[in-house]
Design a protein around this ligand. Structure first.
Ligand code: AMP
Ligand code: MG
Length: 329
């Protein structure tokens, strides 16, 4: 199969719609990462997503809808705080887990009684969702366990020959996957940290829990139990205070004939003059936006990426640190 990359426009949207209604899967942009989408009621198409990615069959998919779609068609919204969150944070990088009405096929929800729903803010994603006017289920458009794609070219690098079309909507502005929030209980509970932070949720609804994933637990967001986001080269993860260890490992890799790169915030890079650096930028928004891009650039040029942790785990740094541990730890 030849994989085409096409800018989002009237013609490519028409082609994407035809492919989707023919039971094919299509790469699509969102503001978080690129998605691999299928019509959420078509179990044959949904199975293709799992096959193409090599995704474990017990890791459910998020249903994406346009901003005017009536969520009551898909889920039961039991708590008033969920409406407040929808009003404040959608369209945007927040996924809400509700009790499902069973409209989306069981292959997508992995037989569970809940459904994760997201309303992406990316203009191209909205246009596609409007064009099909049915929910599209989509995980990130990468091979399972690999780093998530934030450009159409990243999708192509992983899925070339496996899908017919990638809609190109430019580089994702968010850069890490959506916050996944369980809104089935009395208090919202973060299952996966992202750019809509615990602090932001508390500011709107007064409280928010963080789900703890202990060994052996039946986890609510199965995705979190797998190794994830890993680039193809070797990796290491250090705290900023361990700068001497960072330099030592760097030199060791170099002496062994390797090509080490240090991936860090710009402020940290200032202390590493003369070293090869993958610059993440400055501040949580910019760092989130650059993280996967730098990992995917790094795997092409480095034998070893030495990543440096964030200064704290507040705000979006929580989601960034979660991805850093899984990708480089
Ligand atoms: P991905 O799109 O590959 O980043 O993965 C989607 C994420 O959403 C995974 O972490 C899933 O476990 C999570 N997810 C999807 N559906 C549900 C659900 N019904 N309940 C809890 N988590 C979900
Ligand atoms: Mg993923």
């Amino acid at each position: 199969m030849i994989t085409k990359i096409k800018k989002v426009d009237e013609e490519s949207l028409k082609e994407a719609k035809e492919l989707l209604f023919n039971g094919e899967v299509v790469g699509m942009p969102t503001e978080t990462v690129y998605g691999l989408s299928a019509i959420g009621t078509n179990s044959v198409a949904v199975k293709k997503i799992f096959e193409i990615k090599g995704r474990p069959a017990d890791n459910p998919l998020i249903a994406h809808v346009h901003k005017d779609y009536d969520l009551n068609k898909l889920v039961y919204i039991k708590h008033d705080y969920a409406y407040k969150l929808l009003k404040e944070f959608t369209p945007g990088p927040l996924t809400l887990v509700f009790e499902s009405k069973g409209v989306i096929c069981k292959e997508a929800t992995c037989g569970g009684d809940t459904l994760a729903v997201r309303i992406p803010s990316h203009a191209g994603a909205q246009e596609l969702l409007k064009a099909v006017d049915v929910p599209l289920v989509a995980p990130s458009a990468n091979l399972s366990k690999h780093t998530s794609p934030v450009t159409a070219k990243h999708v192509y690098d992983d899925l070339n020959g496996k899908i017919a079309l990638i809609l190109d909507g430019g580089k994702c502005s968010g850069g890490i996957e959506s916050t996944v929030l369980d809104v089935t209980g009395e208090v919202p509970r973060i299952l996966r940290a992202g750019l809509v932070t615990k602090e932001m949720i508390i500011s709107v609804v007064g409280s928010c829990e963080i789900a703890e994933h202990k060994e052996g637990d039946k986890v609510k967001s199965p995705g979190v139990k797998y190794r994830h986001y890993r680039p193809k080269c070797q990796t290491a993860l250090f705290k900023e205070e361990q700068i001497d260890d960072i330099k030592e490992l760097y030199q060791k890799e170099k002496s062994a004939g390797g090509k080490p790169y240090i991936m860090c915030a710009n402020e940290v890079a200032e202390k590493l003059v003369g070293y090869d650096i993958l610059f993440l930028g400055s501040g949580e928004k910019e760092i989130a936006c650059n993280l996967y891009d730098k990992l995917l650039e790094g795997e092409k040029i480095a034998t070893l990426i030495i990543a440096v942790e964030m200064p704290n785990e507040r705000g979006a740094y929580m989601g960034i640190m979660n991805r850093l541990r899984k990708s480089c730890g």
